[in-house]
Design a protein. Structure first.
Ligand SMILES: C[S@@+](CC[C@H](N)C(=O)[O-])C[C@H]1O[C@@H](n2cnc3c(N)ncnc32)[C@H](O)[C@@H]1O
Length: 263
């Protein structure tokens, strides 16, 4: 069996219970309108874009890098927030700008003590988290608040680098070099990519690593969206753990050619 198929098989077996457990309601049979509406709003979609390989990568990085909290920007239906709480067994803080989505997420997350949906712009949320969490925390940050015309991504990264010396960031909807099968977002005609987003790695004391999926989009079990991972100040930890699931990533060496080009 090819390595990636094997990895997918292992990941499916490991994560199956979590995914099944969080299978959304398919039919609204509730007594009141809110429940019926809520059910239709939450139908469809698993966390981490439905990609069990991505979920495995997140869990592997979380453990290897010694992360202790999961932060997410862009809650939407809380699919990733809930899966992260189950998978990582840690506190989850997530922010949503749209009041209706936030309310839905809040209702959905209410039974789960570890999950904290905040109604806030992602940048305000991250600034708040830099005050609420210890400087010694090692957050895993999932940046997914890019839906509107206003792109908060660069500011989000700058806030993280100004607050913590060690953290892991995964940016969704990012262009994967050499893997055209993965989808990505485009802002003002420019893809989210190492050519448009700056990683200020010089702000942290220890070396950082930038990683992309090493697997093909065809092996993605979900929406086939691209992503990038940045292990800020934690490159040594990732380098020392090249077995599954971290062998699903390949390192991308940042060069001056990757510096965002002027518009
Ligand atoms: C792609 S969805 C997030 C999906 C979710 N992370 C998941 O994996 O299920 C993007 C969400 O980000 C929200 N959003 C957009 N801009 C935002 C901002 N500046 N701050 C917080 N949330 C934002 C949108 O309302 C939308 O619900």
């Amino acid at each position: 069996m090819p390595v990636v198929s094997q990895a997918t098989h292992v990941a499916r077996r490991a994560l199956g219970p979590y995914l099944r457990d969080l299978r959304p309601l398919r039919e609204a049979t509730g007594a009141d309108q809110l429940r019926a509406w809520f059910a239709t709003q939450t139908a469809g979609g698993f966390g981490f874009n439905g990609d069990v390989l991505r979920a495995s990568v997140v869990r592997g990085l979380f453990e290897v890098c010694g992360c202790d909290v999961f932060l997410e920007t862009g809650t939407y239906r809380a699919a990733t927030s809930l899966l992260a709480a189950r998978l990582l067994r840690c506190p989850v803080y997530t922010s949503e700008l749209n009041r209706r989505f936030w309310l839905l997420a809040w209702l959905r997350c209410a039974p789960f003590m570890r999950v904290h949906p905040r109604y806030a712009d992602s940048r305000e949320f991250l600034v708040t988290m830099t005050r609420e969490l210890l400087r010694s925390a090692v957050p895993f940050v999932y940046l997914d608040a890019h839906w509107n015309e206003d792109l908060p991504l660069q500011r989000e990264l700058d806030i993280l680098f100004s607050a913590w010396q060690r953290f892991v960031v995964l940016i969704d909807d990012f262009q994967v070099p050499g893997r055209p099968g993965f989808g990505f977002d485009t802002y003002a005609g420019r893809p989210l990519s190492v050519d448009t987003i700056r990683f200020p790695v010089e702000k942290v004391a220890a070396p950082s690593g930038v990683y992309f999926p090493a697997y093909e989009a065809a092996d993605d079990t979900g929406g086939r969206r691209g992503y990038v991972v940045l292990a800020a100040g934690l490159r040594d930890r990732v380098a020392a753990a090249q077995q599954f699931p971290l062998n699903l990533l390949r390192e991308h060496v940042l060069t001056s050619a990757d510096a965002p080009s002027p518009r």
